[in-house]
Write a protein that binds this ligand. Sequence first.
Ligand code: FE2
Ligand code: FE2
Length: 403
Amino acid sequence: MKATNQHILRFGVLSDIHATVFESGKEAKSFVTVPAECGKRNPLTDLHNLLSNTVKLDYLLCPGDISNQANPEAMSWMWNELQVLKTKSNAKELWAVCGNHDVDSRYAINLADDPDPKGVLLDLNSPFPPVTPNEVNHFWARNYVIIERTEPFLHRALLLNTCAYHGGAENELQHGRISSRTIKRIQADLADLDPAYLNVLLCHHHLEPLPSWNNAPDYQFVKKGGELLRALEDSCVGPWLVVHGHRHWPECFYAAGGNSSAVVFCSSSFGARDAQIANQFHVLNVEVDGNTSRPKGRIETYTWTLGMGWSAGPTAEIPKMNKALSHLSGFGFNGNLTELAAKVDAFIGTQSRVNWDDITRSESDLNYLLPREFDQLKTLLKRLDIGIFEENGTPIEAGRKSK
Ligand SMILES: [Fe+2]
Ligand SMILES: [Fe+2]
């Protein structure tokens, strides 16, 4: 079947859960503990309601750090929980890869004389990653696997293990890695495949350096990740969406390259307990029409706050220093931002307040701005004496400021 203009694939992204075993008298590293706390004290318990009542998915994506420090009990429990969430959200499949916390690279769980970094993942009661036995073996042997789905149209996923060398050389656990050989194998595999309407790369570590914690230079990104991004773009097998975790720093941007470089989505942490970060769950609504060289779509983000549960967008309780995505953002706009600001200016005219939904109905490009592009638009509108009035990061109205 061909994609229609209106076909949307919905990907839920639940990353960096860091599930951990509850220990009395000790503050857990994650809000997701075994046993789970109830009553809006645990994002996972509250997510069941959100997925049952509000959010429906095609795929549930988990880019790793499912457990904390490869704890076998937490890993096994959370792995089962992910299957439950998949069912509750109506998702056809769960796609998952391992993070640095899912492999016992420090031999903390296994005895030093019996090291087995990925052993916990191989012992789970259902395959990790959740694909066919041959595909599982390919993932562990070759550090990646490519899977294809043909309904309702051809789309595929590349599941990549960026922790493949963890447990080897001591400093490997400080960053992700893909080797030149693995990139060449992926290139060769892609060369034999038909163009798809959408290609998704799911991995744990970020492929290129990002702004770092405490202004230190970023060293945790995937070594040779930039080369992989170039290879994906040059493969000419259709648009690419990269989804990763690890940084607990939500952002969406385009990889360096031409106009078919990948859309890169960096997920928030779902569970990590850290005053500096927001706990968020995302839904990527990818509008697939076969006409764009880069994915286009909308990002819905839900934010969890201790004692309050899930809400649409960051709440006032989250300190300003936290990096958090607002409830709605997007990707795929390829026009001129100054021209878009001029169109908003013309729509508002001399009115002091106009409903934001009316503006976006007139200028649908507003739906596909990256989070940073939306901030840039606000700067451009400010120069035109136009302000956007937001509630918890969601635009409600825009209007001309009185002079
Ligand atoms: Fe993490
Ligand atoms: Fe990580």
